[in-house]
Design a protein around this ligand. Structure first.
Ligand SMILES: Cc1cc2nc3c(=O)[nH]c(=O)nc-3n(C[C@H](O)[C@H](O)[C@H](O)COP(=O)(O)O)c2cc1C
Length: 208
């Protein structure tokens, strides 16, 4: 299956309420053993509630199902998206104010949410949550093409098992041009990390 077909699948259309914008966030959750999990998630955003839509094979789904809570972090540091897309990075956090969870220490702002309902229909759950607390740490420094390009590259990096190699390589070439034009050091570092991850994954497949 190629990228564009997958991104526009009937499943995706069914799950997205067109009246709500999707915001790219870092969702932090807590596991049974108390460990913090950090994952990029595009969530449906409204002021008083947020819909999280994790695939049911993700740690985020397992943790939110168990604790019935999460922290939805907003950050303009795309290195966190890149790192969390390819691993569970050991980022600095501090305890949430209300829910069982953790806030990214360097986020711009955050929402603490409690689960109100879970639709567990595979492959992707739909978890409706209510915002029970919100906090602000620093200004979100606005739109940037390189940041957007890194987010797209990070999504591809999490879907290597679904996408054709030629498609991923072409996309990385295209997105790298945008990064080269408009990135600062953080965006360049994030893109390099993703490129490295994709190259390693491709080499691993070749040696199988
Ligand atoms: C910008 C961005 C948005 C993403 N949105 C989602 C999402 O809404 N649902 C999902 O299951 N995965 C999403 N992913 C992929 C997950 O972040 C990825 O599968 C991650 O490894 C899941 O982590 P976890 O198993 O630790 O929860 C997204 C990735 C990126 C880079």
């Amino acid at each position: 299956m190629t990228g564009p077909a997958h991104l526009d699948s009937p499943e995706r259309r069914r799950l997205h309420s067109p009246s709500l914008v999707i915001v790219e966030t870092i969702v932090t959750t807590v596991g049974e053993d108390g460990s913090v999990n950090c994952a990029p998630m595009g969530v449906e955003w409204a002021d008083a509630f947020i819909v999280i839509k994790p695939f049911i094979d993700t740690v985020t789904y397992v943790n939110v199902s168990m604790t019935r809570s999460a922290v939805v972090n907003l950050t303009d540091d795309v290195r966190v998206f890149a790192r969390a897309a390819v691993s569970n990075p050991g980022v600095s956090t501090r305890p949430a104010e209300i829910v069982r969870g953790f806030v990214l220490s360097d986020c711009c702002s955050w929402r603490e949410v409690e689960v109100r309902s879970i639709d567990r229909d595979p492959p992707r759950a739909r978890i409706e949550t209510e915002v029970v607390h919100r906090g602000f740490r620093r200004e979100f420094i606005g739109f940037n093409r390189a940041r957007h390009a890194v987010l797209e590259a990070a999504i591809h990096a999490t879907r290597l098992h679904l996408l054709e190699r030629e498609y991923v390589e072409a996309e990385f070439e295209r997105l790298q041009v945008v990064v080269d034009k408009t990135a600062g050091p953080a965006e360049r570092e994030a893109m390099a990390l993703l490129r490295d991850h994709v190259q390693r994954a491709t080499r691993a497949v070749e040696f199988e």
